[in-house]
Design a protein around this ligand. Structure first.
Ligand code: SAH
Ligand code: SF4
Length: 372
């Protein structure tokens, strides 16, 4: 059975062409599935009955299962979504988080079950890689969140021009550029006017720095780019973000500039997790300034969110302030990320789901002398 949620509009048009239907059917289907959130073919009133019957016989619109929905004291919401592995029967789930703010509502979406890149301060990374999510599972997170938030707000459909989810960040579990095709197809649906109609600046993809995929993304779907830097030199980044051994900082900085070539008014957001005594000293701040000197960027400092046996501690707030001020005095826009959804473990890097632990890696403690 074909799950139509796996298709973006051009793919849907190809499907309709293959069954002798006109391409505009794709637009109608996108609107029903995504804009209106209607998944019962019988309710798709502007589609001929014979075609609705054919769609019912040959296709489905199937969302992943919501196992749990939690609401934090600060309004942050988290969905635990089951993606049980049919072949192995292994339980595995991913998480989606909605963060309401005064001027926006941001949905944080997962792209993989687990992650193979094993950054040492990340709980998703500590669990190893299980599998890539399908398009239906990635865009399905948006469908599920939209349904639930609309219901909560008491709307069937929001007044024209209003969106509860105004921004999307690909910053949940997994490395989005390691599931390239499915992530790009899903982002096409986010940007599609018949579906969610988000502008490309309101969709942010966060990557640990897979250089060839960054180069491809700028042509295929040039959304806002966030890069997980976390260290100002290769020796330290090799430890914290091991993919750095393959794509070291010099190459990464060059790739950021290539990404910006097409959209000169854009900037990259560098994310920098603040780990006590590891990467948060005055020297590190100056080294960071030298590293990013030629890249138009903003900086986002993320106080480390602890998880059991990580071996790291969050930087002291006084150290974070000093670090931030050095960057600001050099003229950069710097934000320090507020922790949201603490009481439901929805903060950055705490998304764990119930991923099958294939690696059984032990403690991630790194010796301080190795990074000093
Ligand atoms: N794989 C992608 C996107 C997911 S992680 C990436 O690495 O960019 C989203 C952000 O949260 C990244 O910047 C990541 O480094 C950061 N992060 C991971 N674990 C964290 C933790 N325990 N505390 C704070 N930030 C963390
Ligand atoms: Fe993977 Fe990102 Fe976590 Fe690194 S920080 S292990 S790339 S999810």
């Amino acid at each position: 059975m074909i799950n139509l949620l796996n298709y973006n509009q051009p793919q849907l048009a190809d499907y309709f062409a293959s069954i002798g239907e006109k391409p505009f059917r794709a637009k109608q289907l996108m609107r029903w599935m995504h804009h209106f959130g209607v998944h019962d073919f019988a309710q798709m009133t502007d589609i001929a009955k014979s075609l609705r019957e054919k769609l019912t016989a040959d296709t489905e619109i199937t969302l992943p299962n919501v196992q749990l929905e939690q609401v934090s004291n600060d309004g942050t919401r988290k969905w635990l979504i089951g993606t049980d592995d049919i072949k192995t029967g292994a339980a595995s789930s991913i998480e989606t988080v909605f963060i309401p703010e005064d001027d926006r509502g941001t949905l944080c979406i997962s792209s993989q079950v687990g992650c193979a890149l094993a950054c040492t301060f990340c709980s998703t990374g500590a669990q190893g890689f299980n599998r890539n999510l399908s398009v239906a599972e990635i865009i399905g997170q948006m469908v599920i969140a939209n349904q639930s938030l609309r219901q909560e707000a008491g709307y069937d459909l929001l007044p024209a021009g209003e969106r509860i989810i105004s921004n999307v960040v690909m910053m949940g579990m997994g490395e989005p550029l390691a599931n390239y095709d499915n992530v790009v197809t899903s982002m096409h649906i986010m940007l599609d006017d018949s579906a969610y109609g988000l502008s490309r600046r309101r969709v942010t993809l966060s990557t640990s720095g897979i250089v060839p995929a960054m180069d491809k993304l700028k042509d295929d779907c040039p959304v806002a780019l966030a890069v997980s830097l976390h260290a100002p030199n290769d020796a330290l980044r090799d430890i914290l973000v091991p993919i750095n051994k393959k794509y070291p900082l010099k190459e990464l900085m060059a790739a950021c500039n290539r990404y910006l070539e097409k959209a000169p008014r854009d900037f990259v957001t560098f994310e920098y997790v603040m780990l006590d005594g590891v990467n948060d000293t005055v020297e590190h701040a100056h080294e960071l300034l030298a590293l990013i000197k030629h890249v138009p960027c903003k900086l986002n400092l993320i106080p480390f969110n602890p998880f059991p046996n990580s071996g790291y501690e969050t930087s002291k707030s006084s150290h974070i302030r000093v670090f931030r001020d050095i960057l600001m005095q050099a003229g950069y826009v710097v934000t320090v990320r507020k922790t949201r959804g603490d009481d439901i473990d929805a903060a950055c890097g705490q998304l764990a789901g119930k991923v099958l632990d294939k690696t059984k890696r032990s403690s991630k403690r790194i010796p301080i002398e190795a990074v000093a």
